[in-house]
Ligand binder design. Sequence first.
Ligand code: GLN
Length: 308
Amino acid sequence: MLDKPDYKQIIKEIEVELKSIVSEGKVANYIPELAKVDPNKFAFHISSIDGENYGFGDLDEKFSIQSIAKVFSLTLAYKLNGEDIWKRVGVEPSGNPFNSLIQIEQENGIPRNPLINSGALVISDILYDTLSNPKVDLLNFIREITDNHDIEYNIKVANSEKKTGFRNSALINLMRSFGNINSDINDILDFYFHLCSVEMTVKELSKAFLLYTNHGKLLTNDKEIITSTMAKRINAIMHSCGFYDEAGEFSFKVGLPGKSGVGGGIAAIYPGKYSVAVWSPKLNSKGNSYLGMKALQLLTAKTKRSIF
Ligand code: GLN
């Protein structure tokens, strides 16, 4: 048995070591509002299952969680619709960029998984059909699992993406042609862009991800949000698909289920032990945070705790 890691000391060492790494990469600019973010922002926060919380950097600054929010919409759709969702979206890694169109045409409108854009659009369509007040109900769900009622959509970011979201538009139209989108395309795009515009601090994000660390139950009150089997499956999908065509590399170097977003955030979990969130807006060529990946690589090396 390994001793429990000294998280406090390890986080200090990570802070020092990251200072010597020059961040390569670029801030996402295909969503104009995101291009305005200071590239040098950085924050790191870990929440352990037994209540330890440590972090450094811009801890109280909200950022656009973007595709990380796809995990929350998947969780709600799975909770409300059960295994039926897998009739419309798969559970296989795509090996392609997050906004790729190629497989949708080849695979008859069924996205490979719920964490690429096509899959998240199908999940948005499912939720739109299921919820009575989609935007409000989804936000309330995210607030519940974060235990924080200040979580909001950033309407400017959502509208900015609406103006330039041509690939998402292409994806949803293509899927509609195969009969895998039911509601009005513009309503679903609007819902999806709002989902991606959710803002959180790294503290809030690591707290929200404790749900997946804690096998589907809220740590604060032991309420079961999803069954432990559902939590296990969502973690499996994060592990195999959360970093798109870099999922293998993330597994190889970090070894945790996780999810990235083009806002520069990454959230990851070690089942039963901890959840961690990191934010650094400069992205590598696959759209994942350059320094964020380095920080998590240091974390699993130093704690000797990854799923492997
Ligand atoms: N809103 C972004 C998009 O659809 C999310 C992509 C991401 O974070 N990888 O392009």
